[in-house]
Ligand binder design. Structure first.
Ligand code: GAL
Length: 845
């Protein structure tokens, strides 16, 4: 069977229409965004109501008129305020506590007889849900996606109230988790016989140039009377925008009807062949969609679409990671889930921008450290061509903070792990399931058994992808952890790669977390040296990219480890973007500061710590990012770009050249280039031509004596000119320059424009070391939703329209009002520098 003709246009439009004779009947499946018109209150912490107990705020008649009106996704923590006394490992923002969300809604009478589900992509955390006063479920883990069944207690044709209570405990995270219903929420309506949640699983067991076998397993949920069901499938190619292109490339008529007992689930399987498949890869992320049709005694009852890709993956102990049979070196980054100034509240455009910036650097892989990502991330990685290691946990049964996931591990680990894999197993971008990060159980003799069990759960859900874990403490002998996963992930151990491989030559190896170099964009401290514990001042870290905490290293050391050990599949750098929280080396945590190995440094730090007790550390976001919190590229961006995009002619000089106080002093100059040789000129005079030797990943002129003027580098490849960079001493700040990453926007409530303001001199050169206070204002149908500057020590509210530049840059994030198309103008003003404007326009989506 294939879809009736009149049915196709509806499906194509993303709206699944009914198959019955009368087009006015309810559609067979609807998935409705359920984000608008919520009421919110941050209630006082009190004892959690027992599940099912009457609790006033859950009752339909409860008066919530005074509660705040808002739309999801919502993160209450990001609203602040920052407070010095709040923990800095979680961003000095108030993300914990109890809160309630309520939503009033009506359901059409025609929904009688349908199943009504609430799908929550993620709520932080310990969610409990009531519909019309009846408790219907909940989920503790804030990063999980889950569903509650509202059917028994909703009133079709009447008014309904859904109430959600969250209880986000303090001391439950090592980074900023956010708080609230911070991901999307959906109302899903189906027929009693329907495809279960995450009920399709597409695999491609045989892939050749001529043909691919596509298996689709479908779980049908029968919530009605006993019946007989059949599945049929059509496969279409998707274009780059995710739209179906052309006719189906494969089609499968239903097999004989299968019995579906009342209240039971039935598995239906189909195998199709796609001729001349176009393979999904990072270079060419071709996707397909399987459209599965379910009939109940011949009557169409459900249609679901499952986007997927056709590709083969393998991890090989000798060759690394193979995508479609060829080695793909993993040039990856670890990413936490927050979106900087937007907090944890999911925004697809903000995620897409992150990926665009990372791709420009040459990133081809993301590790979702240390938790299941928002579903939108995987839509993007599928579409844009990144491979992903999806990670389940940062802790198992032994915690890292007093109230973290270890409290739930025993009861929930299986549900959480299965939920992640079922949700995400059709994404071609996902190449491995990580069962954990730096798990404390590594230090326990029986710990490997937990790893083995988690791997078994994962394999039970999906045999097409390996399991992995990010280990940092397994020791050099064999202790069971090595064999408990399919791919061994090592955190910060480039010096151990060879040893590991010699002892376990059959186990594929990955640098699951690397570098952890720290730097603040645009900050440079002197003298410059290779002691990685140095380069700290004013709660900032020097951007010569030589500073790192004791367990970590500058990027160069990891590059060497990778180059000397080509069996390693690649690396995931900690981190792509800066994130809220964990401002190492400026943690409050004394042990962290005192970890510095150099005695003089340690003494200095101890002193600093003493005074910190009085003033406390002002840092609230990380220094690990290759890109800062606002999305501005740090110098390190170009070190990675030079390595990961070797065919891109590029050269990047550092530091800036505005050092009036350093005239006559040694001011080292570093160059990141994809060339193999370069010559440096200061004010036209050559300071020497240098070649990159083995294991040299940057060129250094360490004894340059500063004089103002022009620093120019010409790089060469194979003796031929390849790329150039010039840095000039600028004049004083004289004006503002504005640039928007996009000026044409969709008025869909989700789209954003990221506008950068640059403090420039008269000639338009960016002036480093400037901190001018910029005020933003907007006219037209939009709002400034956040501002930032990438300074890890700024306590200015992210919602403030005023923002000091940090080393010459600041950012404003503009969102068009939903449904209101029109022209907007963003103005930035700074005292003495006049103002600048940029025009934006939003169109109806
Ligand atoms: C790792 C850990 C990460 C982060 C990082 C900082 O050990 O897995 O979550 O804390 O250190 O260097």
């Amino acid at each position: 069977m294939h879809l009736p003709k009149r049915f196709l246009p509806f499906v194509a439009a993303g709206f699944i229409a009914l198959a019955g004779a009368n087009a006015a009947e309810a559609p067979i499946r609807e998935r409705i965004a359920f984000n608008a018109d919520w009421r919110f209150t941050k209630a006082d912490a009190g004892p959690a109501p027992a599940a099912g107990a009457a609790t006033p705020a859950a009752q339909p008649g409860f008066d919530d008129a005074a509660w705040r009106k808002l739309a999801l996704p919502h993160d209450w923590g990001i609203e602040g305020p920052f407070r010095q006394e709040y923990p800095n490992d979680t961003g000095k923002l108030p993300w914990w506590g109890v809160a309630w969300y309520r939503k009033h809604f009506t359901l059409p009478a025609a929904d009688a007889g349908r199943r009504i589900y609430l799908d929550i992509d993620g709520a932080m955390s310990n969610a409990q849900v009531w519909i019309n006063g009846r408790h219907v479920g909940g989920w503790p883990y804030g990063y999980a996606s889950w569903r509650v069944d509202l059917t028994a207690h909703v009133k079709p044709g009447g008014a309904n109230v859904v109430a959600v209570r969250l209880d986000n405990p303090p001391a439950s995270s090592r980074w900023y988790p956010g708080g609230g219903m911070y991901r999307n929420v959906w109302l899903v309506k189906t027929a009693p016989v329907h495809v279960a949640q995450y009920g399709t699983f597409v695999t491609t067991p045989v892939v050749t140039q001529a043909s691919a076998t596509v298996n689709i397993d479908v779980t049908v949920d029968n919530r009605g009377a006993a019946t007989e069901v059949q599945a049929a499938t059509e496969i279409y190619a998707l274009d780059a925008a995710g739209k179906r292109s052309g006719q189906p490339v494969a089609r499968k008529e239903p097999a004989a009807p299968a019995k579906a007992p009342a209240g039971a689930q039935v598995q239906l399987s189909q195998a199709l062949a796609v001729a001349n498949p176009r393979l999904w890869s990072t270079a060419s992320p071709q996707r397909y969609v399987a459209v599965t049709t379910i009939t109940d005694k011949g009557r169409l009852v459900d249609v679901v679409e499952t986007p997927f890709g056709i590709r083969t993956i393998a991890f090989d102990a000798a060759r690394g990671f193979l995508l479609n049979g060829s080695r793909l070196t993993i040039n990856g980054v670890c990413q936490h889930h927050d979106l900087g100034a937007l907090g944890a509240a999911i925004n697809t455009r903000a995620l897409e921008r992150q990926l665009e910036i990372l791709r420009e650097m040459g990133v081809n892989a993301i590790r979702t450290s240390h938790n299941p990502p928002a579903p939108e991330l995987l839509e993007l990685t599928d579409r844009m061509g990144f491979v992903v290691v999806a990670e389940a946990f940062d802790t198992w049964g032994i915690g890292k903070t007093p109230n973290d996931y270890h409290l739930h591990f025993d009861k929930w680990h299986e549900k959480d792990l299965r939920a992640m894999i079922r949700r995400d197993r059709n994404h071609p971008s996902v190449i491995a399931w990580s069962i954990g990060n730096e798990i404390v159980e590594q230090g326990h003799p029986e710990g490997w058994k937990v790893a083995a069990r988690l791997s078994e759960i994962a394999r039970g859900e999906d045999r097409t992808r390996p399991t992995t874990a990010a280990y940092n403490h397994v020791g050099s002998g064999y202790n069971g952890f090595q064999g408990a996963v399919d791919v061994f992930g090592y955190n910060y151990k480039p010096h151990e790669y060879r040893n590991f491989h010699e002892h376990a030559p059959h186990i594929p190896l990955l640098g699951s977390e690397t570098a952890s170099t720290v730097s603040s964009r645009g900050e440079y401290f002197f003298p410059v040296g290779d002691d990685q514990s140095k380069g700290l001042a004013n709660f900032q870290v020097s951007s010569y990219d030589l500073s790192a905490p004791p367990w970590a290293s500058p990027p160069d050391k990891e590059f060497r480890g990778q180059d000397d050990n080509p069996f390693v599949a690649g690396e995931f750098v900690w981190t792509g973007f800066d994130y809220l929280g964990e401002p190492t080396p400026y943690n409050n945590d004394a042990t962290n500061l005192l970890n510095f190995t150099d005695p003089a440094q340690r003494q200095r730090m101890a002193k600093e710590l003493e005074s910190l007790k009085k003033i406390s550390v002002p840092s609230r976001s990380s220094y690990f990012g290759i890109v800062d919190l606002a999305g501005f590229r740090k110098d390190r961006f170009y070190l990675y770009q030079a390595r990961w995009r070797p065919e891109l002619p590029m050269a990047h000089l550092l530091p800036h050249w505005n050092w009036p106080e350093r005239a006559g002093q040694v001011t080292p100059v570093h160059l990141y280039t994809s060339g193999d040789e370069a010559e440096l000129f200061l004010n036209g005079k050559s300071l020497g031509r240098k070649q990159r030797g083995p294991h040299e990943y940057r060129l250094r002129w360490d004894d340059v004596v500063y004089q103002p003027g022009t620093l120019r580098a010409v790089s060469y490849r194979n003796g031929k000119p390849w790329a150039e960079d010039t840095v000039r001493t600028t004049g004083a700040a004289a004006k503002l320059l504005l640039s928007a990453d996009r000026q044409a926007l969709r008025a869909d409530g989700d789209d954003l424009s990221f506008v950068t303001v640059t403090i420039a001199d008269r000639d338009g050169l960016p002036v480093p070391r400037t901190a001018n206070r910029v005020t933003f204002s907007l006219t037209g149908p939009g709002e400034i939703v956040a501002t930032d500057n990438g300074d890890p020590t700024s306590f200015e509210s992210f919602q403030s329209p005023r923002r000091n530049a940090f080393n010459g840059l600041a950012l404003a994030i503009v969102r068009p009002r939903p449904g209101q198309a029109g022209k907007m103008v963003l103005t930035a003003t700074a005292e003495g520098l006049g103002s600048a404007q940029v025009a934006l326009e939003s169109k109806a989506p």
